[in-house]
Design a binder for this molecule. Structure first.
Ligand code: BTN
Length: 333
């Protein structure tokens, strides 16, 4: 009932009487009062005024099912939600929950990861309470070969969600979060998020896909090894954000982008929006293939999500995310 009370108070934006809450939720006044007391203990500031009712004043920055769920306006994404105070990796948990039969759209979050996974076997630094660590379980009926496009779908959705909250906080002067193809989000040239997509499939059948993303939201300081390339929304915007709110916005954008993606099972309808945010576009990049590298200009993506590179001889090559790494010539971007 916590989630429902929080939803009603949030939607109302002002006082809601105890009587109204009882009628809406079909419970007693004492039950409402008990839940309000529990919420206060968890750090919610809820004002209670005689003859007017309850009003939510502020919420703690916590990643709980109630805090995320009460901000969510989706049909599928995040409607089933599992939050951990601590876990090894939300991707690992999501894969396990997939095996146990959890539905498409299940969201798995954690306040802290003890074995956060990055790409290519690297780790992902996951300290307590300052960033988003989340994974979404998807069960699309499509060919396994199409699965890697979902990394781009998540990248676009998360970048749009970050830009929404940055614009609301800073107005038009807000710097834009951009996408560094295919897995990273960057802000002012520094990495603020990374995506790790894992697939469980047979040759022609997807069992499930887990798309995990770590977003540096309120991080004040990074470990020395990554301090030069990593940044957080807080460091750039100069203010902190509700991680649950950003998570809910990511789910809303993901639901919208995923619907568009499913219509054609490729990225043709998302290509325009993607390229608007593509930091590599028009840049000179170094393409690293196993045992071979070359320089070219990144032009954009094709409908399969491959990056189009104009090579020095004028020919255009489409590079596939799994096979290459793309770097800026003068740095990370
Ligand atoms: C990368 O840039 O290397 C990808 C990093 C992906 C990190 C996220 S955090 C949530 C999810 N759980 C994990 O163990 N990894 C992903």
């Amino acid at each position: 009932m916590k989630k429902e009370i929080l939803s009603v108070l949030r939607e109302a934006g002002s006082y809601v009487s105890g009587q109204e809450l009882c009628e809406m939720l079909q419970v007693s006044r004492t039950a409402v009062w008990k839940v309000i007391s529990q919420l206060k203990e968890e750090g919610y500031e809820i004002e209670a005024v005689k003859n007017r009712g309850y009003r939510i004043v502020s919420s703690p920055d916590i990643m709980t099912e109630e805090e995320i769920g009460s901000r969510l306006h989706t049909a599928e994404m995040g409607q089933s939600c599992v939050c951990f105070e601590e876990t090894d990796s939300t991707n690992t948990r999501a894969k396990q929950l997939a095996e146990e039969g959890m539905p498409h759209g299940t969201l798995v979050c954690a306040e802290r990861q003890t074995m956060g996974k990055g790409r290519r076997g690297k780790g992902w630094s996951s300290p307590q309470g300052e960033a988003i660590y989340m994974s979404v379980l998807l069960r699309p009926r499509m060919l396994p070969a199409h699965a890697s496009m979902l990394t781009l779908v998540m990248g676009l959705a998360a970048a749009q969600a970050c830009n929404e909250i940055l614009e609301e906080a800073l107005g038009e002067k807000a710097p834009a979060v951009q996408i560094k193809w295919p897995n990273d989000l960057v802000l002012k040239g520094q990495k603020i998020a990374g995506i790790l997509t894992e697939l469980s499939a047979e040759v022609d059948y997807i069992n499930h896909i887990v798309v995990g993303i770590g977003i540096n939201v309120n991080t004040e300081q990074f470990p020395e090894e990554i301090a030069r390339t990593a940044a957080s929304l807080y460091q750039t915007a100069g203010r902190k954000f509700s991680r649950a709110e950003l998570t809910a916005r990511c789910m809303e954008r993901l639901e919208a982008c995923y619907q568009v993606f499913l219509q054609t099972e490729d990225l043709r309808a998302l290509q325009g929006d993607y390229e608007k945010l593509l930091v590599n576009k028009g840049k000179t990049v170094r393409v690293l293939e196993p045992g071979h590298e070359y320089i070219g200009t990144a032009l954009g993506i094709n409908d399969k999500g491959e990056l189009l590179i104009r090579r020095e001889d004028g020919s255009v090559t489409a590079v596939y995310a799994g096979e290459v790494s793309v770097r800026g010539v003068y740095g990370y971007v």
